[in-house]
Design a protein around this ligand. Sequence first.
Ligand code: NAD
Length: 322
Amino acid sequence: MKAADIKKICALGGGGVIGSSWCTNFLWKGYAVTVYDVNDEALALAKKRITANLEYLAEKKIITQEASRQALAQASYTTDQRKALQDVQYVQESGPENYDVKKAVLAILDKYGSPETIFASSTSGLLITEIAKGSQHPERCIGAHPYNPPHLIPLVEITKGEQTSDAVVKVANDFYRLLGKEPIVLQKEALGFISNRLQIALYREAVNLVLTGVCSVEDVDKAVCYGPGLRYALLGPNLIFHLGGGQVGLKGVLEHIGPSMELWLKDMAVWKEFPAGSKDILQKGVLQEMQGRKQEEGKTTEEISRWRDEKLLNLLKLLNRI
Ligand SMILES: NC(=O)c1ccc[n+]([C@@H]2O[C@H](COP(=O)([O-])OP(=O)(O)OC[C@H]3O[C@@H](n4cnc5c(N)ncnc54)[C@H](O)[C@@H]3O)[C@@H](O)[C@H]2O)c1
């Protein structure tokens, strides 16, 4: 199979945050999509989210109203596993982050789907080798980790399990490119992939700064988004440090500021589990932060998500990614 042979996709767990956003992306780019979820409430939520996303893209003139209507007409919704997997060439699984569920979902594909159908998991960082144990066809399983919201953020991290075929990796890589994404294929399997390992390294220290009383949840967020976050949308951490070194470049910076950095490193958190009580402290802090936001930047989860999407669209236009 080639990427161009993919015409119809099944979105397993299509009612969720990630599943509904993937559906938006597939429909927007002209694919037929079967949205599968476990009950009618989840399907109703899927339809609501996908409709709102596509209408929003039309409102922002990324697509026409007619294209938005046509895209919506290409979606079908079902709680019937057999129907969901009929005649699909590609499955994007976005169910709960749990090996047992993902293996069980994969086994359904063995039962009702074609052996040629590719199974791509949106897992945030579980091992594909382990998930693939749920199938008689481990060669068709890959990880395809998006960033929220997948219909706007270009990155997709593709991971192979021990038995994933290279041909499947190639088709998936080509397919996400056709979708307008920026896929990266990991050279070897790693829990959390690339971006979530980086994200959680930053987040551990963000939590540590709050728990040790250095700053509030709101100020950690400000320190990221008004500082390094602005540059991270343009350049990665290596190039950023390289520019910081001027003529001496990355190596020069690491030689000049490196000894100071090593003092910070020795002072930073190294815990491997979230400290007791931290989740409540963080939740309280983030709710306070939301209350303090300007109304035009949104105060509720839904309002802030819309505000984020609008700014993301502007950023993507600026970077010629949309
Ligand atoms: N939320 C994020 O920021 C994010 C980002 C990237 C990847 N992911 C990954 O995407 C996946 C989904 O995460 P989410 O945040 O969208 O979760 P979610 O809870 O919003 O959605 C999960 C969906 O799966 C459905 N579901 C439950 N059991 C199922 C089953 N047996 N078969 C099929 N569907 C089932 C639920 O009804 C729900 O609609 C996870 O693997 C997660 O790690 C999440």
